[in-house]
Design a protein around this ligand. Structure first.
Ligand code: MN
Ligand code: MN
Length: 462
């Protein structure tokens, strides 16, 4: 045997998908048309829930009722407080043998308004913000921002905002210094390029016409808000308003091989898991797809994975068949669907090239997350890695492995540890992303498509 033959037999090489399966380029492109629409419709967790619900209803899903009985192939969903959503296709096996869970998150880093945000300074009206999730603050200035969210008025009526997305809409922005005047700012550390209290959004510059009035520009903004939405300043304290990049999802590159958009972490896995859920026909094991909120701030709160709503839902599923939920969890397995940091040739020093994921090499299996000595990680077992790899290889899914950067350089967490706490086998699997958490993130269409194929195989073949 030649060395070359032996090498082919023994060594592991992860291929570029386009060189092994060029026929997937067109299929991936088609799949991503729907994905781009999902991104444009869902700029906030609430909007993602609505977009997901629409797709589920169109596919025949009905609202889950724990007092009803269901047969294999039936499809149900449940929404938690408008910010997280669960969907299920009932399987043929008794639920005691476990369920197949895919979990992704639909919240994304952004700028939230403070509870009393509006002020005037030197004839400009501005909003004070408090950033949500891990952002590099300097990236959020001088880009068009859209206003999304919900406000509950004193009378109980609800107003939904979506300004800056439709053609002709005004947008908003955070200002930055011109190079001519930034000598002092340039001396700051990059993390302080813009400071938290400098993330102020310009919302108006015309005064209310009355010379007696103090802060006439602020009053003009309030007047317009009242005219259009019937709200007053105090209503901001009864609101969740999020400012996000106003741009739409677009193709990137001469070859259109990539997608550029805000919020791909983790709406990319959310869409892939949701489409796999919808496509599942009478599986062996009952599926549980969960699109959750608050991952970016540690899965906190009653709509995050650290809350009991997920456990309660699976418990209800178990009780439908008179099964012990503990047994159901013990026999269940889960793909924690989240993105990973793709190798960036411009910043190669933070990666360890053999254990980093790459664009166009498929969905990335991340055995453990966390930082330093795997602190805060879910660390999947060898047996469960074997099971998931087996499912993917059987279905012809292109996959790779990756860690979030080199050892001790950084790290991060996902929802994996909150599901494994329930005595479920969990591993992270998702899409490689460039410029993660930036206002404009990059993914590869082939990776998105293969991640969808991985979830589909997990549900249909597991
Ligand atoms: Mn994520
Ligand atoms: Mn993230």
């Amino acid at each position: 045997m030649t060395g070359k033959e032996l090498q082919e037999q023994l060594a592991w090489k992860i291929p570029h998908i386009a060189s092994k399966a060029p026929e997937q380029i067109e299929a991936a492109d088609g799949f991503c048309d729907g994905y781009k629409q999902f991104l444009d419709q869902g700029k906030t967790e609430r909007e993602c829930v609505k977009a997901a619900e629409k797709l589920l209803i169109a596919a025949g899903y009905t609202v889950f009722d724990e007092k009803k009985s269901y047969k294999p192939g039936d499809k149900v969903y449940r929404i938690n407080r408008g910010k997280s959503i669960l969907a299920t296709t009932f399987g043929t096996k008794p639920i005691e043998e476990g369920v197949r869970i895919s979990g992704a998150h639909i919240d994304a880093p952004r700028l939230d308004l403070k509870a009393n945000p509006l002020y005037e300074k030197e004839s400009l009206a501005l909003f004070k913000t408090h950033y949500y999730g891990g952002i590099r603050k300097y990236q959020w200035s001088a880009v068009p921002l859209a206003m999304h969210g919900v406000m509950v008025k004193k009378d109980g009526g609800t107003v939904e905002f979506n300004i800056g997305e439709k053609p002709g809409d005004p947008v908003f922005c955070i200002t930055d210094l011109l190079p001519h005047l930034s000598a002092e700012q340039n001396e700051r550390k990059l993390r302080d390029g813009l400071k938290g209290e400098e993330l102020n959004i310009v919302v108006g510059s015309l005064p209310y016409e009355d010379e007696e009035i103090k802060e006439p520009v602020k009053l003009k903004a309030l007047q317009l808000l009242h005219e259009h939405f019937g709200v007053i300043e105090e209503d901001f304290a009864r609101a969740e308003i999020e400012f996000v990049p106003a741009a739409k999802a677009v193709d990137v590159g001469f070859d259109r091989s990539m997608i550029g958009a805000y919020g791909q972490d983790d709406r990319v896995c959310s869409y892939a898991a949701l489409m796999a859920e919808i496509g599942t026909v009478t599986p062996l094991y009952t599926t549980v797809t969960v699109l959750t909120d608050k991952e970016e701030i540690g899965s906190e709160g009653n709509t995050g994975m650290n809350a009991s709503y997920f456990e309660d839902y699976v418990t209800y599923l178990a009780q439908l068949q008179g099964a012990d939920p503990k047994t159901v969890f013990a026999n269940s397995c889960c793909l924690s669907a989240d993105v990973n940091a793709a190798y960036d040739p411009t910043f190669s020093s933070v990666y360890e090239p053999k254990n980093t994921c790459y664009l166009n090499k498929g969905c990335v299996l991340t055995k453990f997350t966390g930082s330093r000595g795997k602190s805060g990680a879910n660390d999947a077992s060898a047996e469960y890695m074997a099971k998931v790899i087996g499912i993917m290889e059987h279905a012809g899914v292109y996959w790779q492995v990756g860690e979030i950067g080199a050892v001790d350089v950084g790290g991060g967490g996902t929802i994996a540890k909150f599901i494994s706490r329930l005595n479920v086998d969990v591993v992270d699997l998702g899409v490689p992303i460039l410029s993660m958490h930036a206002p404009f993130e990059l993914s590869s269409k082939l990776d998105v498509y293969n991640t969808y194929k991985a979830f589909a195989a997990f549900y249909q073949e597991a």
